[in-house]
Design a protein around this ligand. Sequence first.
Ligand SMILES: [Fe+2]
Length: 178
Amino acid sequence: MHIMSYIDLQLKSDKVKNVVIGLNRLLANYHIYYQNLRNFHWNITGQNFFNLHEHFERLYDDAGERIDAIAERIATLRYKPESRVSKYLEMADVEEAFGSAGDREMVKKLLDDHRTLIGNMRQVIEEASEAGDEGTIDMMGGFLSTLEKNSWMLDAFLGDESHTGMTSSSLRREKTDA
Ligand SMILES: [Fe+2]
């Protein structure tokens, strides 16, 4: 049995394992997402180059810090964070982006990746509540709200470009109300 006394004696160590499995999957997904952002930062062209080139950099800087925090949370829980890229590729649900893509395609792909990461985080929160692991729940909550905000921004970018904001948001509202 691990010596976990510096964390919390009430942590249910058998359930913590499931938290760690989820955190390692999140770590894998975040790495692929990070690399997708770098790809888009390097390969963006067109009239939105300056905005998106910089925005993608802000996002991957943020993702880099999250990656480190997730890995260190796993270590804090006395498990090994996965560090092999080959394993990340096996474990991740986020797919690698490749080939040429326009700016709107890039943003849509990132929104997709965010959905995967958010789903992943919600699952970790569920496992963490089972384990009584408040530290992980707290961390995931902060990550989730940032990612949701970043998703809103990317979604706003898509909305502004294709049609007047009025039409697109009212159409979407009708859809969700139904
Ligand atoms: Fe750069």
